[in-house]
Design a binder for this molecule. Sequence first.
Ligand code: SF4
Length: 308
Amino acid sequence: MSQVAADPRVELAERIARLKRERNAVILAHNYQLGEVQDVADFVGDSLELSRKAAATEAEVIVFCGVMFMAETAKLLSPERTVLIPDPRAGCPMCDMAPAEAVRKRKAELPGVPIVAYVNTTAAVKAEADICCTSANAAAVVNSLPEQRLLFLPDRNLGLWVQRHTDKEVILWDGYCPTHQRIRAQDISRLKAQHPGAPVVVHPECTPEVIALADEVLSTGQMVRWARETPAREVIVGTEVGLIHRLQKDSPDKRFLPVTLLTTCPNMKRITLEKVAWALEDMEHPVEVPEDIAGPARRAIERMLEVV
Ligand code: SF4
């Protein structure tokens, strides 16, 4: 009698589940992770949701499937836990567009002007900021400040989106997400013509031209909730393609159409199932934040969590 060969991906997922129990670990995954990584996670969410999970977990070990600034945020909020990132090379080019030295220089040029740092920044930049924000709460964070002017960094597109939702003066930093920059207005117009009636939902990291064509501008966590509620059967989605897996799994009766398949974040995709298993087996790669940076950076994140 011939034997059916076991599926190696299923075996790998089972191995990860066993290791996770042995290590008393929790796996947190961002919405942009590969589908098979999302499927082994205990929780999948956007930056704000993952920050809250990291702060509240009882597990001894957090395996963070995302990019480095997210794993750093988890470590800042759970300093007594071991935080592992399966691939420490998973960086963020937008983050790199605001180096700490350049931020300190700009800060000196703007005395008395508070800094609102998108979570897509290094811990060293968060340490320079007055408060952090995510794409889910950026406008609420800005409107919570007593000051009338503020420096928003590093994403100019999110900053422009915030400017539309506040009377304050938002001073922009010239950063952007190369992945969301690939979402083009003409691709949305073409899809709209092919799928009349399908609403367009995009991330606020998209360009103003793309945002002008959208029915909804939402963080990825907000998109997941919105997709459950919408009566639409087809939705055009403008963000990193990993979210399509999450949306389709969450709302299987609807069809989610990516604006383009070119919106893959190569850094997010550095995390694979194999690397998650290796991280748990070898307890690699622990994330550490120097204490002189951790204190002020943690205060900026906690101040955000108090607002929303
Ligand atoms: S999707 Fe954009 S902002 Fe997010 S990690 Fe990738 S490069 Fe950075």
